[in-house]
Design a protein around this ligand. Sequence first.
Ligand SMILES: [Zn+2]
Length: 550
Amino acid sequence: MKTLRALLLAIIGVFAAAQAQSNLPAAAQKAMKAIDAEKIRATVKYLADDKLEGRGTGQKGGDMAADWIAAQFKSYGLLPAGDGGTYFQNIQFYGVTTDPAKTRFAFVPSAGAETVLKFADDFVATDMTHSEKSEIDAPIVWVGYGINAPEYKWDDYKDTDVKGKVLLMLVNEPPSNDPNFFKGRALTYYGRWTYKYEEAARRGAVGVILVHQTEMASYPWEVVRNSWGGETSLLKEDTDPKLKSAGWIQLEVARKLAASAGMNLDKMMQEANSRSFKPVELPVKVKETLVSHVRSFASRNVVGEVKGSDSALAKQAILYTAHYDHLGIHPDEPGDNIYNGAADNATGCGILLELARTIAAADQKPKRTVLFAAVTAEEQGLLGSKYLGQHPPVPAKNISLDLNYDDIEPLGEPQQLVVTGAERTSVYPLVEKVAKDFGLAIQPDDRPEAGHYYRSDHFSLARVGVPAFSVNEGALFKGHDLAWGEEKERDYVAHRYHQPSDEYRADMDFTADAKLAKFGLILGWEAANQPTLAGWQAGDEFEKARKAGH
Ligand SMILES: [Zn+2]
């Protein structure tokens, strides 16, 4: 009986799958089958070559990559979707580097001696107003988590006027396992440092000091020091209010600061977990002279499109994104100083190009227009995609879905799919169906508290309301057990991720990348042909932006 039932279910399954796929024209299946793992290999081999010098934003290699991707788009017959009939969106940036020798940062208590902090060891700070020199002499206000989230009835600021002040705050969000309170264990955008800086600046604060705690930030102090020690890129056109000093301090430094104010940091952190928390002004001032090197440079997003086949729906679009930039070349470092970024993210570019090539060649096109964007400055804080979200070739309200590809390690044939955030959108049933057709099990995010959803380019599109998520592989691969895939992942993070050793190797198996490209082609085509635009689940944090209709 059991076998018969299994057999029947299998037959029904095959039938259902066949029926589900039959919604798409034969052209879609043909395009999907034309996706070629070896073409993805060729792209990765080229983009990760030393000649491209790690594709740094504002560096020669980054510009070469953009020109090359545009040439590929052209050769496929994609229409230009950039500025003035080109494939490019020109973006102006500031590059800001804090000068550690000329920068001075001190805590000055109302009584007693000042404490001068040591740059990189004790604190880091960046001038987001891109001034060569900013002076701050302002009281410190402790604001707990620095969050105002009406939907969770949480307001750390209450009615406190923080204009002209420096705010001391925690990263992350109040701890909870209640899914209705800041999504439980999972991190919401309110927990990210980017939000904290934005909110403080909106309220007129001049500076923010984030207290670093390894477990709360989910990365050690070295990561803060390395990523804030070098150049920070800022979008020139960004007119949002900005902090003169956006910084972090070590936990132990914060402890001493609290003690110098006659307070106890542990107790303060405990009090911050309460809804009735109120900001406290410390009897300590920040005296800071922040000196920066500021330069201007330009970089480009590369955008092309395939016009939709349905005259009405062609005004709407689906979007595929992948960042082409990586960390570039670091001339001052000894040895191999080219950050080739083979996995991160020449792989995503290889997938993007195969999607573009095969969809452009299809003898019948999807009903909605299909946009392809290779974006810049992801490693600088998702800036290229932020620009794309604010200047989309098709209005954001008419973009049904963004599928993003970032860092798909070429490890063979994946059996699992990671699509974190997809469950928050109305296309999720479609995602489940297509995943099943491809024999891919959806693997839930095993570390929701790390807030991965807010760390790649799809997030920039979500912020303007576009249902968006990244497509990646899980840890289970054909012919291997789960432990093998997990070990590969650990090995990559420890030995290659964001290091010069993330290089192309001949033994890479691009089956993974081809499979995820095929999955994305079918999913995207289905979304492009759906009668209505995709949206967010009711109550989702991005639903508001979608309804506002940018
Ligand atoms: Zn990446």
